[in-house]
Design a protein around this ligand. Structure first.
Ligand code: PSU
Ligand code: MN
Length: 301
C-alpha cells in the first residue's frame, strides 16, 4: 500500500483528511466527464481546508491519495472494478483498479483515515432472494472503522432489505438532519431510521464513542440530496422501470449490474440523473469535510 506524502503527513498531524472512492469515477460516471468530476471533488475538499485522498490501485499497488496523473489513468475506460476480494488479484497482475466503497473503506481504515465520502453505498439488489446479489459494501462496513457519507442507497436496490442487513451486520446508520433514509437521486424513501444527527460535531462525538468502545464497524451517515437538486420523482420512477427491464433483457449479472443500471439511467434520463448524481456527491463531500474537521478539532482541543 502506498500513501502519498501529503496524506501521510496530514494523518500524522491529525489534520482533516477525506477518502474518496474511484469506482464512481471509472464505472459510475461517463467518460470523459468522470475525470473532470474527480478533479472537482478533490478541489472541493482542498477549498474547505481538507486533504483529499482519492483511493485506487496503480499497477497493482493500492494507492491512498492518487496523483493527478494517476487519477487520469484510473479514469480511463477499461479500468478494473475492484472490491475487496479483487485486491490481491489486481496486485498480483500489477494492473490498475478502481476501488468500490468496500475496497475504499477497507483501505482508508487501514491507512488511518477516518472519513470517506461517496455517492451511494452498494446494497441488496431487488430479487436478491433468488440472485443472492448483495454488495460486499455491506459486509465490509462491518469491519472497517470509518465514517461513510452516502446519499443512502440507490433506489434501484431493495432499500428495506439493505437496511435490515446493515442492522444484522451491526453497522450503525444515522440520518444527517433527517430520520428518513434517502434513496440517492431522491431525498426520501419509505424507510425511517432509528437515529438522526444535526451536526458534524455530533458525528465526531459518535466516532469518539466508537473508539472508546473499540467498535470495528463503520458509521453510515445518510445525507439526503437537497430537495431543489433532487430528481423529479415521476421521471425517476419511469426511468427505473425501463432500467430493470433492460437489465433483465441483457441478462447482466455480478459486478456488471450496478454499472449497467447507472449507465442506462443516465442515457434514459438524457443526463438529468447524472446532474443529480454529481450534486449529491458534492453535498456528501461537503458534509464529510465538516465531519473530518470536527474530528480533528476534538483531537487538538
Ligand atoms: N453508487 C453510485 N455510483 C457508483 C457506485 C455506487 O452512485 O459508481 C459504485 C460504488 O463504488 C459501490 C459499487 O461500491 O458501485 C457497488 O457495486 P456492487 O453493487 O457491484 O457491489
Ligand atoms: Mn453485486
Amino acid at each position: 500500500m502506498k500513501i502519498s506524502k501529503e496524506v501521510q503527513q496530514a494523518i500524522a498531524e491529525g489534520k482533516p483528511v477525506v477518502a474518496l472512492e474511484s469506482t464512481i469515477i471509472s464505472h459510475g460516471l461517463p467518460h470523459p466527464q468522470n475525470l473532470v468530476a474527480a478533479r472537482e471533488f478533490e478541489q472541493l475538499l482542498i477549498d474547505a481546508g481538507v486533504v483529499p485522498a482519492t483511493i485506487g490501485i496503480v499497477s497493482g499497488v493500492p494507492t491512498i491519495g492518487l496523483s493527478s496523473q494517476e487519477l487520469e489513468q484510473i479514469a480511463q475506460p477499461g479500468t478494473a472494478k475492484s472490491s475487496v476480494r479483487d485486491l490481491p488479484i489486481i496486485a498480483a497482475k500489477k494492473i490498475n483498479g478502481a476501488t468500490t466503497v468496500a475496497a475504499t473503506a477497507h483501505l482508508a481504515a487501514k491507512a488511518g483515515i477516518q472519513v470517506f465520502a461517496t455517492g451511494g453505498l452498494g446494497g441488496v439488489h431487488r430479487g436478491a432472494n433468488t440472485s443472492f446479489d448483495e454488495s460486499a459494501d455491506l459486509t465490509t462496513l462491518a469491519t472497517s472503522p470509518v465514517v461513510v457519507v452516502s446519499a443512502g442507497v440507490k433506489s434501484v436496490l431493495d432499500i428495506g432489505a439493505t437496511l435490515e442487513r446493515l442492522e444484522t451486520l451491526s453497522v450503525p446508520v444515522v440520518g444527517y438532519g433527517t430520520k428518513v433514509f434517502p434513496s440517492f437521486w431522491l431525498p426520501e424513501s419509505d424507510f425511517e431510521l432509528d437515529w438522526s444527527v444535526q451536526s458534524a460535531a455530533e458525528v465526531a462525538e459518535i466516532v469518539a464513542s466508537s473508539l472508546d468502545l473499540e467498535s470495528k464497524a463503520a458509521l453510515l451517515v445518510a445525507n439526503p440530496v437537497p430537495t431543489n437538486q433532487a430528481w423529479a420523482k415521476a421521471e425517476h420512477d419511469q426511468v427505473l422501470e425501463k432500467a430493470f427491464a433492460a437489465a433483465r433483457q441483457a441478462g447482466v449479472r455480478g459486478k456488471a449490474v450496478t454499472p449497467f443500471l447507472l449507465e442506462f439511467i443516465v442515457g434514459a434520463s438524457e443526463g438529468r440523473s447524472l446532474e443529480v448524481n454529481l450534486s449529491l456527491v458534492r453535498n456528501n463531500i461537503a458534509v464529510a469535510g465538516e465531519i473530518s474537521k470536527a474530528i480533528s478539532a476534538r483531537r487538538t482541543s
